[in-house]
Write a protein that binds this ligand. Structure first.
Ligand code: PLP
Length: 424
């Protein structure tokens, strides 16, 4: 029963290094968050030992009486939080949830219509190297070149021409709401099923700060670890009529034994998602991204060829357009990394640069909101980012790093974690 530090000092040292990095820097990758202590405890628990193929009450293994309780709690809470008729909480991650959704909704060789990856869609929505692009025929829609907003007339036109079996609404990099009612009506018109992938904005939906896709879609999938702030994992919600097909598509269709420790952590995350504190955090997330968008459309950044796609944001992220800046996405990401802010480079629609070195940055506020940031801190961090990007290669790195360090120190992360026994 040696501790982690005793048994495996190399892994323990890397974990300590990662904890220090999370504490000392400002995390602004739009898909990341910080889970609370209770979620860490659930994930680092003896539930990792248990095989439980099947579903509560109908398992293929004995000894499932306690994990059945956990899975039922996760399912009921997920349904309650999102007002859904059905929930499957077993997908190991978002990609597995999406594989199961497509398996339930269509047959290999049939056609899906989703948002182009280069315009903000996800790999699992039909990218050619992904299972979704290999098993299914793929048609895609994108954003308008002048507004960078999804053009619903174009979506309808494409759907009428392509006649897909599944219409997908959802994104990994898009700063505005999608019109779920319009997607529903197009799906109905062409006889397609509507699948919404709310992985990014699920936390905002849970808090009532983003239109809910649940009443409109046949099936809704999500990750649990982005705005929702839970463990890395996936989840599927749906109308009851899809329950049997979806359950069968997850197990035995895509997966074997569910990760019961992750499902316990999902149950905890769903309990938290029903609280007022969670709603407050999502409100600060949204306020923060609006502050960031406003600052990044200021005269000084505009004068340096920097702007924000669609001119603002309705969600937890801002897409910075560097097509006319001296910095490309890689340089922007590296510069912010140097001053202690972590973001990721991203293609912008109609990007003249290649995907590995694109012209955009995706900057999100969920992790900092979880850390406790409010308007004042988001105003400061927005000014730091704007000042850095506007100055480009001439940025005063030490001065900006000092401002970042002060914010990080003022908002301690995982205070007392050393005493929780997770590392030592
Ligand atoms: N769907 C969307 C819209 C996403 O943005 C992501 C994650 O990036 C996923 C699905 C996949 O989630 P995971 O990385 O957990 O497989």
């Amino acid at each position: 029963n040696a501790s982690l530090a005793e048994l495996d000092p190399e892994v323990a040292a890397a974990m300590n290094g990662e904890l220090a990095r999370q504490r000392d820097t400002l995390e602004m990758i739009a898909s990341e968050n910080f889970v609370p202590r209770a979620v860490l405890q659930a994930q680092g628990s003896v539930l990792t030992n248990k095989y439980a193929e099947g579903y509560p009450g109908r398992r293929y293994y004995g000894g499932c009486e306690h994990v059945d309780v956990v899975e039922n709690l996760a399912r009921e809470r997920a349904k309650e939080v999102f007002g859904a008729e059905f929930a499957n909480v077993q997908p190991h991650a978002g990609a597995q949830a999406n594989a199961a959704v497509l398996m339930a909704l269509m047959n290999p060789g049939e056609k899906l219509l989703g948002m182009d990856l280069a315009h903000g869609g996800h790999l699992t929505h039909g990218m050619k190297l992904n299972f979704s692009g290999k098993l299914y025929q793929v048609a895609s829609y994108g954003v308008r070149e002048d507004t960078h907003v999804v053009d619903m007339d174009k979506v309808r036109e494409t759907a009428l021409a392509e006649r897909p079996q599944v219409l997908i609404a959802g994104w990994s990099a898009y700063p505005r709401h999608l019109d779920f009612a319009a997607f529903r009506s197009i799906a109905d018109e062409v006889g397609a099923r509507l699948w919404v992938d709310m992985a990014h904005f699920a936390g905002l939906v849970a808090a009532g700060l983003h239109p809910s896709p649940v009443p409109h879609a046949d099936v809704v999938s999500t990750t649990v670890h982005k705005t929702l702030g839970g463990p890395r994992s996936g989840m599927i919600l749906a109308k009851q009529e899809w329950a049997k097909k979806l359950n069968s598509a997850v197990f035995p269709g895509q997966q074997g034994g569910p990760l019961m420790h992750a499902i316990a952590a999902k149950a905890v995350a769903m309990k938290i998602a029903a609280t007022d504190e969670f709603k407050d955090r999502q409100a600060r997330t949204l306020a923060g991204s609006k502050i960031l968008a406003e600052r990044l459309t200021g005269a000084d950044v505009a004068g340096n060829g920097i702007s924000v796609l669609t001119g603002g944001t309705d969600v937890h992220l801002v897409l910075v357009d560097l097509r006319h800046s001296e910095l490309d996405g890689q340089q922007g990401e590296d510069l912010l990394h140097e001053i202690g802010i972590t973001v990721n480079r991203n293609a912008v629609p109609f990007d003249p640069r290649p995907p590995m070195n694109p012209s955009g940055l995706r900057i999100g506020t969920p992790a900092l909101a979880t850390r406790g940031f409010g308007d004042a801190e988001f105003t400061e961090v927005a000014d730091i980012i704007a000042t850095a990007l506007a100055a480009g290669t001439g940025a005063d790195v030490p001065a900006l790093r000092a401002r970042v360090s002060k914010l990080a120190l003022d908002f301690p992360l995982y205070d007392g974690l050393e005493d929780w026994g997770l590392l030592s």
